[in-house]
Design a protein around this ligand. Structure first.
Ligand code: NAD
Length: 318
């Protein structure tokens, strides 16, 4: 079997085009320009690249985009002050504090300081709790992107067996919730899991989010499985060239899977696209706009399977 690549770059481009249409509608119908503020502490090179990408894409789609670049030794109180100002700023709909933060800053104090209505990363315990309770919530971007990618190849997830490798707050845990809501039977695996290959071999879908290069081998997979590789690992190849690889042995897995995401060009672009989608979503729900910005939008907003209970349904957000 030769797996078909799921082209995250193209799918994210399509999603961004829809978001751009929504931004244009918001402006035309309500004179609203969604605003995204990204806060970066220190000069971590990878974080700087992520922040620039987010700001550039936000600008390209018509958002108001602001970057706050704070020195690595900024005091926690000063950072909290910046967040307070952004919470109070009516022109800002989404606040993202780029992680990781330096060790002298209390991560939870910072995340909990963000207004949950502007928490476009979906990390605030308020949103985490609402997501867990099946209530409308701003959900984390990478898990939303993963579910979206899976839906491009299988529309009905009901009854499928999924293994999610990794149970971090930003990926594994919220992803397990979203997939469970979609009707999947989810096995949440982590470092302590015994016989991980055996769990994977029974799964219709394997999502790898462990941060462990080449962890998932070809013979771990059921023939025809769908494989989503969230991992981003920096490695040096045999010629000494720096390279990004995922958590899946791509060559081996491609021989067994039906569909597979590459690294790079799989989940990564979806994460940024959902940040922008979440920001529009926050702009709409914060203002309680009764607005149909895009009839297709309903399936891109968080937790598409929650339409029945009105979750993030723009038409009913009155
Ligand atoms: P994390 O370190 O917070 O969590 C890793 C999880 O994987 C933990 O639950 C750990 O128990 C589990 N794990 C680690 N090694 C394992 C193993 N050998 N077997 C089974 N479980 C194992 O990491 P994170 O922040 O969730 O990120 C995970 C990966 O996803 C990283 O490579 C990160 O760079 C990447 N990532 C990608 C995107 C994207 O947009 N594609 C976004 C964020 C993070």
């Amino acid at each position: 079997m030769n797996a078909i690549r799921i082209d995250g770059k193209a799918i994210a481009e399509d999603l961004r085009a829809r978001v751009a249409r929504d931004v244009a509608s918001l402006k035309a119908e309500w004179s609203v320009i969604p605003g995204l503020a990204v806060v970066l502490v220190g000069k971590n090179p990878a974080s700087s690249v992520y922040v620039k990408t987010k700001a550039r894409q936000a600008q390209a789609l018509g958002f108001k985009s602001q970057q706050f670049l704070l020195p690595g030794d900024v005091g926690e109180a000063e950072l909290l002050e910046v967040i307070e100002e952004l919470n109070a700023d009516e022109s800002i709909d989404g606040i993202l504090v780029q992680l990781p933060l330096p060790g002298h800053i209390d991560l939870w104090r910072v995340l909990e300081a963000i207004d949950p209505a502007k928490d476009v990363d979906g990390f605030h315990p308020y949103n985490v709790g609402r997501l867990a309770a099946g209530r409308p919530a701003l959900a984390p971007c990478t898990p939303l992107g993963v579910v979206h990618l899976i839906r491009t190849v299988v529309s009905n997830l009901s009854g499928l067996d999924v293994v999610v490798i990794g149970r971090s707050n930003i990926i594994g845990k919220p992803l397990a919730l979203l997939l469970g809501d979609a009707g999947c039977t989810v096995t949440g695996a982590q470092l302590q899991t015994r016989n991980l290959p055996d769990f994977c071999r029974k799964a219709d879908i394997v999502v790898a989010a462990a941060g462990c290069a080449g962890l998932v081998r070809g013979d771990w997979l059921k023939p025809g499985a769908i494989v989503i590789d969230v991992g981003i690992n920096r490695t040096i190849d045999s010629r000494g060239t720096a390279k990004l690889v995922g958590d899946v042995d791509f060559a081996e897995a491609s021989k067994r899977a039906s569909y597979i995401t590459p690294v790079p060009g799989g989940v990564g672009p979806m994460t940024v696209a959902y940040l922008l989608a979440n920001t529009v979503n926050a702009a709409v729900s914060r203002r309680r706009l009764s607005l149909v910005v895009n009839p297709e939008a309903r399936h891109i907003w968080p937790s598409c399977d929650r339409e029945q209970d009105g979750a993030v349904d723009l038409q009913r957000a009155t």
